[in-house]
Design a protein around this ligand. Structure first.
Ligand SMILES: Nc1ncnc2c1ncn2[C@@H]1O[C@H](COP(=O)(O)OP(=O)(O)O)[C@@H](O)[C@H]1O
Ligand SMILES: O=C(O)C1=C[C@@H](OP(=O)(O)O)[C@@H](O)[C@H](O)C1
Ligand SMILES: [Mg+2]
Length: 201
């Protein structure tokens, strides 16, 4: 199984995984941003399961919509082509009638127009990671055309840091933490902000 499929394959539920007794509700869409390997896809998926709210991964959504892999969109249309699709999809998901947890791709912040969509539509959670830790988490970089090597990743992350900080409504450092621990931390933030609430009876 390739890395991409391994990352996206449904995992067997561990016996100890906590489930919310009742489904919860989101008052606004929540966007996860951060560099490749920060855990945006994994954390949003985990939180969606434990709180029983809807989630969508932008890269998966784009792949289904376009009928091809992200890396093939980059190969055929370049980064510019991918960014144009990404903005259309972000706008669509931000305007969805029922708010969702949305895990964005790591480069969503490089398109200035997307900052306005974040501001208008929802709440942005920035998951921090260093290039070194991200590299240690991503065993196969072939599915991420912009994660070529560690040196390039360090330079790219440095360029993007001010952009992540500019859009963030909340920031969570992921260093040395497990996905469930990060998801719990994000849950606490969203509950405190009144974005994640018990469903009205
Ligand atoms: N906190 C973490 N600790 C260890 N591994 C992680 C963590 N978060 C994500 N991973 C792993 O890193 C890889 C990339 O995670 P993913 O959720 O796809 O990140 P992103 O969507 O931010 O690029 C996956 O194999 C995932 O299991
Ligand atoms: O950082 C980037 O520019 C990208 C990140 C990827 O998503 P993840 O951050 O989920 O890996 C994916 O959208 C594409 O390969 C471009
Ligand atoms: Mg992802």
């Amino acid at each position: 199984m390739d890395q991409e499929n391994k990352e996206r394959a449904p995992r067997r539920r561990p016996a100890t995984r906590p489930m919310a007794a009742e489904p919860m509700t989101l008052t606004r869409p929540v966007f996860f941003v951060g560099f490749m390997g920060a855990g945006k896809t994994s954390v949003a998926r985990r939180l969606a399961r434990t709180c029983r709210v809807a989630s969508v991964d932008m890269d998966t959504y784009i792949e289904r919509r376009e009928g091809c892999r992200v890396k093939d969109i980059f190969a055929a249309s370049g980064e510019e082509g991918f960014r144009a699709i990404e903005t259309e999809v972000l706008r669509e998901l931000g305007a969805a009638e029922a708010p969702m947890l949305v895990s964005c791709g790591g480069g969503v912040v490089v398109t200035p127009e997307n900052h306005g969509i974040f501001e208008d539509a929802g709440f942005v959670v920035y998951l921090q990671v260093t290039a070194d830790e991200a590299a240690s988490r991503i065993s196969d970089t072939s599915t991420r055309p912009l994660f070529q090597n560690l040196e390039a990743a360090r330079a790219r992350i440095a360029e993007r840091l001010p952009l992540y900080e500019a859009v963030a409504d909340a920031t969570v450092d992921t260093a040395g933490k497990s996905v469930p621990a990060i998801a719990r931390e994000v849950q606490r933030v969203l509950e405190k902000e009144g974005i994640l609430c018990p469903q009205p009876k």
